[in-house]
Design a binder for this molecule. Sequence first.
Ligand code: ATP
Ligand code: MG
Ligand code: MG
Ligand code: MG
Length: 438
Amino acid sequence: MRLSRYFLPVLRDVPKEAEIVSHRLMLRAGMIRQQASGLYSWLPLGYKVLMKVQRIIEEEQNRSGAIELLMPTIQSADLWRESGRYDAYGKEMLRIEDRHEREFLYGPTNEEMITDIFRTYVKSYKDLPLNLYHIQWKFRDEVRPRFGTMRSREFLMKDAYSFDLDKDSAVKAYERMFVAYLRTYARMGLTAIPMRADTGPIGGDLSHEWIILAETGESQVFCHRDLLEKPIPPKNVDFRGDLKPIFNDWTSLYAATEEMVDHAEYEAAVPEDKRVSARGIEVGHIFYFGTKYSEPMKASVTGNDGKETVVHMGSYGIGLTRVVPAIIEASHDENGIVWPVSVAPFEAVLINLKAGDADTDAACDKLYGELTAAGLDMLYDDRDQPAGSKFATADLVGIPYQIILGPRGLKTGEVEIKHRKTGERETLPLANVVERVR
Ligand code: ATP
Ligand code: MG
Ligand code: MG
Ligand code: MG
């Protein structure tokens, strides 16, 4: 992508309304634009990152055996009356009436709708286990939308729903999601810690919140320091096998959010030098809630013994539009964002130090062509701008590698590569660049 032809509305000034660093940087880097309180447009650079996050989530969900579908954003109020949540949900639910005066709502979550789909088609225990997920916009009329897309009113969520014959197999489904979540956040460069959590309006008795430690987090959390360094299950982890050892290993160390913490228990379980009491951001939440929805909504299957059995369910959320600012909270410096390679909007930026100079332009154009042909997702700063401003933009938007070429390098046949994360620079022959960054 040639920057001269791209849409990257970078802001020089720090926006006043932004209280936390990720919000400031997302505005400055031209990633998002607020359209009304809690409603955001995702501009091209932000949207690219969001889609990279989405792809990682999909890959890990699919690997764990979950199946993707897509449900609408607007739901019928009647479905929510069946579960009893229509009145219980309160003001956070945006209620809508159509021209026929029928009642609808903009979905804040999809337990009811997926249970309706399930009960329509699935009749036999032989079709279980089943885990269906989608990635769709949700709406919650938050009392206080803030911190940009961290707490917005419309937000993109991955929500998965598991269906099983009994509690034992539902817990296995929970463990599969647990392992998939460990891998998902790690692939995005995040250290997310599963913590015992309150089940809130979803209800149920087994639940973990996935927490990123950050000073700007909205909740207080308590955990064992070793959780921050635990190895993540590998790509080839067997989702058809027994995942209980991994689950037990992670959950044996103390970790709880403020709603769930028992201070005496915490102090007994964690030696003083291993105690981490910090602020945290909730980037995901998983629940096992048994028959809370399947019972009132009559989602049952015929068991092995020919008897009707109400299915056991779980639900598993990740807020994609919250994960993006959470990554920035965890990875930035005074010059801007430092994207982990896996979610970076571009893999590298080629900086032409003297746009307009025929020889430099020709050399940069050629290198850009080669890097693109090698399969790299490149940004090419071909604008006629001072070098300093180009470096500042490259640092701000946080692309992992800056490939720098100007008249001086051209003379010696050398290119400079700057690593955004470490600031490390290396000089190498022009002919070796493609090889080096591929
Ligand atoms: P919070 O405690 O932050 O209000 P929640 O507990 O209400 O979140 P869940 O119902 O558990 O949220 O939804 C699953 C995930 O959706 C959350 O873990 C979070 O990542 C994301 N999420 C929830 N509300 C918002 C929001 N207003 N803006 C962005 N993401 C959100
Ligand atoms: Mg909430
Ligand atoms: Mg919460
Ligand atoms: Mg939650």
